[in-house]
Design a protein around this ligand. Sequence first.
Ligand code: PMV
Length: 305
Amino acid sequence: MVSKTKTSAPGKIIISGEHAVVYGYPALLASLDRRLTCIFDAQTKGQEINSSVNDLTYAWKALKICERSLRHKFPNVKITIDSNLPVGSGMGSSAALAVAFAAGFNRLARNDFDLEAINNLAYRIEKVRHGKPSGGDNTISAYGGFLWYRKESENLRTFSPIKIKRKLPRLYILDSGKPIESTGEMVAGVKKDTATFMAMEKVTRGILRYLTGEENVNFGELMTENERLLERLDVVSPQTRELIKKIEKLGGHAKISGAGGAKKGSGILLVLHKDSQVIKRLAKSVNCAIIPVKLGGEGVEVENG
Ligand code: PMV
C-alpha cells in the first residue's frame, strides 16, 4: 500500500474557444510549463491541508469528492500544496489542483495511474467550482501538450492531441488584473449566443489549421477576431478593452484567455507582438506584470514518496 506520493499538474491557457466550449463548441488549449504540486502523506494523524497559495475551501471540497468517488476514506492524510500558478486569473490553477488531487488519491487508494479515471474525477471536482464546466481545463491539465477539445454532452467529452507543425510565434502573457467575478459568475452571465459561438468555431478551426501547418492564416488576426467575439459576449471589462486597443495600436494582437472579467480586471491576456521591447515598455507603463511561460508542458505526473 502506498502511503506517500507526490503529484503535479500544469496550468493552461485557452488559445481559442472559451465560453463557446461550455455550449459544445470546440476549443484549443495548451498546457503551461508552470505547475501545481501536492505532497500526500498518509502516515499522519487526522486530515490536514496546507497551502500558501490556493483556496483551502476548494481543496477541502476536492478531498471530500475524492473520498466519495473512490469509495475510500482517508482519515489520516496530510496534503501540502505548492504552486506557481496565480489563482483566479485564467491560468488553470483550480483545474491543476483538481487533477493533482485526483491523481494523488487514485494513487493512495488504488496504487494506479489511470489517466482517464484521474481526468473524470478531476471533472467532478471542477463542477464544484462552477456548475457547468466544459471539462477542458482539467483535460488539458491531465494530458498536457496541445488539445482540440469538445464537450458533446455531459458524458461524452472528446479531445485529441494536436501535433504542432510550425514554429509558434512568441506569445506573452500579460496580467490585466484579477477579475472581481468568479469563473462561475462569468459563465452564468454568458447566455447561449449561437451566431457568436459559430463565428468563434470558425476562428478556432482557422487557428487549428495554422498550428497543424495546413493553412497559412494570420494567427494574430484570428486572435483579434476571437477577442472581438469575446467582447460581444461581455466578458471583457472596459479597462481591459482599452489595454487591448493600445496593444493593437502598437501593431500587436491580444485576447483574454479563460473566463475573463467584465467589471475591472479580466485575468490573463495572450499577447502577440514581433518586438518584445514594445510589450515590455507597454506593460511597465500600465503597471501590468508579464508572466513568462512556455506552452505545451507535460500533463499530470505522479511519483511515490
Ligand atoms: O478562467 P478559467 O481558467 O476558469 O477558464 C474557464 C473557461 C470557460 O470556457 C469560460 C469555462 C469552461 O468551463 O470551459
